[in-house]
Design a binder for this molecule. Structure first.
Ligand code: SAM
Length: 194
């Protein structure tokens, strides 16, 4: 991954574009902000860290679970070939889709549904970014990760989780490392919280 390109794009991306009018004045803060439906746009410094950890390449096909505002999606779309993004809340997805279209991204594919089961139709993926917290590592997402692929996912109870980097070797072996402690909203669904 070109870290300089990531930094430059990250700094150029106006976070106020991804939040409601009443919150735009807070967009420059390094804090999560509400986006409705009990969900949040993540802290920008954490979005940057998670993208570095995922390390998408220019030819990567990326699965993102939890589109939210579309802020992280924009960064992934800039840094990779294609992004397949899944969001369970239809209204959030529609708002994100409009924002990302206004930014002229044409390499993003959208699905409203349960992302805890991934998006089998387009699997396998070189990278998987999960931006909601699972109780345990969803087997289905691991199976949709390509050999040589990387997945970033917060795992743990609702109040505090470990941010995990999952790597799959060319032989299909799985390695798991913990990067740091984080606090994300719950990943709902079949392989998430009810
Ligand atoms: N990355 C987003 C951004 O930049 O705005 C923030 C994501 S927010 C922390 C987590 C999102 O995951 C929420 O929008 C929530 O609705 C979504 N979510 C939770 N469980 C999901 C599931 N099973 N499938 C798809 N999306 C899910």
């Amino acid at each position: 991954m070109d870290y300089q390109e990531l930094e430059t794009f990250f700094r150029s991306l106006d976070r106020s574009f991804f939040v409601d009018n009443g919150l735009k004045e807070y967009a420059a803060l390094d804090e999560p902000l509400p986006i409705g439906f009990g969900q949040t746009i993540s802290q920008p410094s954490l979005v940057l860290k998670m993208t570095r950890l995922l390390a998408p390449e220019k030819d990567s096909r990326v699965l993102e679970i939890g589109t939210g505002s579309g802020f992280q999606t924009a960064i992934l779309a800039k840094m990779s070939a294609q992004v397949f993004t899944v969001e369970r809340i239809g209204i959030l997805m529609e708002l994100a889709r409009k924002r990302l279209a206004a930014l002229n991204f044409s390499n993003i594919y959208y699905k409203v549904g349960d992302g805890s089961i991934g998006w089998r139709e387009y699997a396998p993926y070189d990278r998987i970014m999960v931006t909601a917290a699972a109780g345990v590592l969803p087997d289905e997402l691991v199976s949709q990760l390509a050999p040589g692929g990387r997945m970033v996912i917060p795992i743990g109870p609702p109040d505090l989780q470990e941010l995990k980097l999952i790597t799959k070797t060319g032989d299909g072996d799985i390695y798991i490392k913990t990067a740091e402690m984080v606090r994300f909203v719950e990943l709902k669904g079949q392989y998430g919280w009810i």
